[in-house]
Design a protein around this ligand. Structure first.
Ligand SMILES: NC(=O)c1ccc[n+]([C@@H]2O[C@H](COP(=O)([O-])OP(=O)(O)OC[C@H]3O[C@@H](n4cnc5c(N)ncnc54)[C@H](O)[C@@H]3O)[C@@H](O)[C@H]2O)c1
Length: 457
């Protein structure tokens, strides 16, 4: 394919060389004339392992060139990849001025182009940027999005220092768009790579880099807090973290990565507090560990606020224990929520098949006696009683039976803290604690599986 790349920095230079290596004809565009001259004399614009050789080789093969003329580049390509910088502004916002000036340039160039053009944003951008980019292009060019041009978000995951290797071995290839043909064509650019190609809508693609990089920063800082505590106790932190990473079921895994209700139970709150206190006693400042509980408390506040939007209605809770299949009420977030709602005078019913008050003993019984002393007066014997007598049904744990029952409930409000089942999400009377699903028919919300040839799936 004939591709133009806007921005010849780290991302642009690597993409230029690697796309050419995969057989494409690539034109680089930059406002910096030195970088343009470097490419045109077969030299890389950055220092990175292997890139100098790739640029020299592809220059020799006449597959790459560079220009300061955005117009020439667009008129001579079917796809434009945008890889200009998106630095932080002084107050921490993302500075999108370079992105939007490319939108203006593309808008001007498209005035003189009749064939369909695909714009691929490779830079790291905030959700909503692609829509604004397309709006600018439409306004300037007079062309129509998805008729004359399409926009795709295709974030780059490379790391400086191993950029070429990362380009050819990404963890995954992410293609976000509201245009199936464009997503398919962009996916084909990466057909040689050994990574899964994931297609999604624009906003999901746009937010992914922020989620990834924030988590990477969190991992590093969490590892360092653990390292600081271990050092003070003369424990080898690397051995600790190596063993930590060997647990692929609960530690390095999708487990616990599902947005939803606060955590609870007898272990997580207790052991978190234990490590926090140990660090405090050792005079080690551990702000990440110290604030985990705060985020959890905020999630309980969020649940209370969501439910209090319906404060004048009868509230029915499905599940009271901190997870399905147990009668452990200790630190259950549902108990904390209900305690606060009782204090506000809400009318409450609770169903939990695992809770038999006469069988509760020890710290479990002490906990619930202190938090909800008259629990027996709120408990009912069946889900049906909740559905018949309550206006708002709050789902607190993933007991299997709840899904089938709620599927047929249409006249009551359902508030789901645990994302009980995907089939419930499209119901009109349904709200999740922290997920929003756009069920409208707009193309923006659509995602689809791209049919790639078998060899590259
Ligand atoms: N560097 C990385 O490791 C990395 C990794 C993944 C994603 N990213 C993201 O990719 C984007 C680019 O990062 P980078 O490190 O390559 O930036 P960079 O600063 O190295 O390069 C950006 C280039 O864009 C050029 N430019 C600016 N305005 C232009 C315009 N209107 N037309 C043409 N060229 C223009 C600049 O002259 C510069 O050469 C950023 O959003 C960044 O967050 C970077």
């Amino acid at each position: 394919m004939r591709i133009s790349i806007f921005g010849l920095g780290y991302v642009g230079c690597v993409s230029l060389g690697c796309l050419a290596k995969n057989g494409h004809q690539v034109i680089g565009v930059d406002v910096n004339t030195t970088k343009v001259e470097q490419i045109n004399s077969g030299k890389a614009t950055i220092i990175e392992k292997d890139i100098a050789e790739i640029i020299a080789e592809q220059h020799e093969l006449n597959r790459i060139s560079a220009t300061t003329s955005f117009n020439d580049a667009i008129l001579n390509s079917e796809i434009s990849i945008v890889a200009v910088g998106t630095p932080s502004s002084k107050n921490g916002h993302l500075n999108l001025q370079y992105i939007y000036s490319v939108a203006e340039q593309i808008g001007v160039a498209l005035m003189n182009k009749d064939s369909f053009h695909i714009i691929v944003i490779r830079s790291t951008i905030m959700p909503g940027t692609c829509d604004e980019f397309a709006r600018i292009v439409e306004e300037i060019s007079g062309k129509e999005r998805n008729k004359d041009f399409a926009i795709v978000d295709n974030p780059e995951f490379l790391r400086e220092g191993s950029a070429v290797n990362d380009y050819f071995n990404p963890p995954l290839t992410l293609v976000g768009s509201d245009n199936r043909d464009a997503a398919e064509k962009v996916s084909l650019l990466y057909k040689h790579l050994p990574a899964e190609i994931i297609t999604t809508n624009l906003k999901v693609a746009e937010i992914m880099k922020y989620v990834n990089n924030t988590f990477h920063a969190l991992k590093i800082s969490f590892g360092n807090e653990i390292g600081n505590i271990c050092t003070e106790l003369n424990i080898d932190s690397h051995e600790v973290m190596n063993i930590f990473c060997k647990d692929k079921q609960l530690n390095i895994s999708p487990y616990y990565f599902k947005p939803g209700f606060a955590y609870g139970g007898s272990c997580l709150p207790k052991d978190l507090k234990g490590l926090q206190t140990l660090a405090h006693d050792l005079y080690i400042d551990t702000p990440i560990i110290n604030n985990v509980g705060k985020t959890n408390d905020l999630q309980i506040d969020r649940a209370v606020t969501l439910i209090l939007n319906h404060w004048n209605k009868k509230l029915g809770f499905l599940g009271l224990s901190f997870k399905a299949g147990t009668d452990d009420l200790r630190n259950s977030p549902a108990v904390a929520v209900i305690e606060r709602l009782i204090g506000k005078g809400c009318e409450i019913s609770i169903y939990d098949k695992n809770i038999n008050l006469s069988l509760l003993t020890g710290t479990n019984k002490e906990f619930i006696d202190e938090k909800i002393p008259h629990l027996s007066s709120f408990l009912v014997n069946s889900t049906q009683e909740i559905i018949d007598n309550c206006d708002v049904i709050i789902v607190n744990n993933k007991e299997k039976e709840f899904t089938d029952i709620l599927k047929n409930v249409n006249s009551k409000i359902i508030i789901d803290m645990v994302r009980l089942d995907e089939s419930l999400i499209s119901k009109q009377n349904y709200t999740g604690i922290n997920w929003a699903i756009d069920t409208s028919e707009s193309t923006e919300s659509k995602s689809w599986a791209i049919d790639m040839p078998k060899s590259i799936q």
